[in-house]
Write a protein that binds this ligand. Structure first.
Ligand code: SF4
Length: 385
């Protein structure tokens, strides 16, 4: 079954590190909602009958910039043009400052059953550095509000590797999350993306990026800390209590089909070769103008051969605790990695980067996770040893 991703491109201000597509100056959302519903209709006509939808994800930008009425129109459009009768999970990204009790209850009324909350840090100094809207007090109180509203499925984002952050802040961030018994935590290393305000601060020498070793130590600490407290580290950035894995994200990691709507959204569809991946244009005005003429606002489209898909599969699966199934790689992608990479696999196991292979599954150890990209590079099928 497929996923549906809905990109809402509005933010109230720009976080210093962010390179997602969003606008901060749009007062009215009417034109966007109109265009989005039309795109849902067109994509529903093309793909809606091929596969039912299992997960819906509202991302951004900041979906919580939309009113409940606007969201209701979008949900109705999705229900009308796709088969949503099998939906298992509907996730909604929300920023702490938007999560009022009435808004949270309204989201539940729309069938949204999982939240992804952009907390990032429980410290004012970090939040100010990142130019977030909320403060440390709201970062904590939103967790009480979410629980009082009856959400038991939610995730928080936390960022480590913040330049200049005192070392004890990161462990304190995890302590606070733990004290609220947060069921799912996504942790990200702060990366300096091109053309962001943070990149400019670095260029001018105003900010010194965190040393790679320090970031890696924080990541290692996070793995130990959360594992000891009952979280499953089920994907490089994702930690979940039992029963709280994100179902939608699993679609990205397993080459399941998904349709993305909204400016800059990506889609993937594989029904016979080549598979197709495409993205929408990153421009709200053009997006609205094209859809007013019933034109799909595609920016780039890529046709993916089985070789490319096999490489991607190795990259994606090694990031997960379920690991890379050599049998699946052979059956679905036609690659016998065990034969082509036997010496590499032996070296990686001897170096402690992967666990001994059991049931034809390759899994990274904690050491391997700290150098996931370089381990993956050694196991890409096209680099047969
Ligand atoms: S709220 Fe999210 S999408 Fe918007 S600027 Fe901040 S990080 Fe980027």
């Amino acid at each position: 079954m497929a996923g549906l991703y809905i990109h809402v491109p509005f933010c109230s201000q720009r976080c210093s590190y962010c390179d997602f597509y969003f606008v901060t100056t749009q007062k009215s959302h009417t034109g966007f909602v109109e265009a989005l519903c039309r795109e849902i209709e067109i994509q529903g006509q093309a793909f809606g009958r091929l596969e039912p939808i299992e997960t819906i994800y509202f991302g951004g930008g900041t979906p919580s910039q939309l009113s409940l009425d606007e969201l209701e129109r979008i949900v109705q459009a999705a229900n009308r043009h796709f088969d949503t009768s099998h939906v298992l999970e509907t996730t909604f990204e929300i920023n702490p400052e938007d999560a009022t009790t009435s808004y949270l209850r309204g989201l539940q009324g729309l069938g949204i059953d999982r939240l992804s909350i952009g907390i990032q840090s429980f410290f004012d100094a970090d939040l100010k550095f990142m130019n977030r809207v909320h403060d440390a007090g709201r970062a904590k109180s939103v967790l009480d509000d979410v629980r009082s509203a009856g959400f038991d499925k939610y995730s928080i984002d936390l960022i480590f590797g913040v330049p200049g952050q005192p070392k004890e802040y990161w462990s304190a961030n995890l302590d606070i999350a733990q004290s609220f018994e947060v069921p799912h935590i996504s942790t990200y290393n702060l990366t300096i993306e091109e053309s962001t305000p943070l990149a400019k601060q670095v260029e001018r020498g105003l900010v010194i990026p965190t040393d790679d070793d320090d970031s890696m130590n924080q990541f290692s600490f996070t793995m130990d800390y959360l594992k000891e407290r009952g979280y499953e580290h089920y994907e490089i950035s994702s930690f979940a209590k039992k029963g709280h894995r994100a179902v939608h994200n699993h679609k990205y990691w397993s080459h399941a089909n998904y349709i993305g709507v909204g400016p800059s959204a990506h889609s993937f569809w594989w029904r016979g070769l080549p598979a197709k991946r495409w993205s929408n244009i990153r421009n709200l005005r053009r997006y609205e103008a094209l859809l007013a003429q019933h034109v799909i606002p595609t920016d780039e489209e890529e046709k993916l051969s089985l070789d490319v898909l096999a490489d991607e599969h190795v990259m994606l699966r090694l990031r997960t605790a379920d690991g890379l199934s050599l049998k699946e790689l052979e059956d679905r992608y036609g690659v016998d990695l065990f034969s082509s990479h036997i010496s590499v696999l032996a070296e990686l196991e001897a170096g402690g980067f992967i666990h001994p292979i059991r049931n034809q599954i390759v899994r990274l150890t904690d050491l391997g996770k700290t150098v996931c990209n370089s381990v993956t590079a050694k196991l890409l099928p096209k680099d047969a040893s």
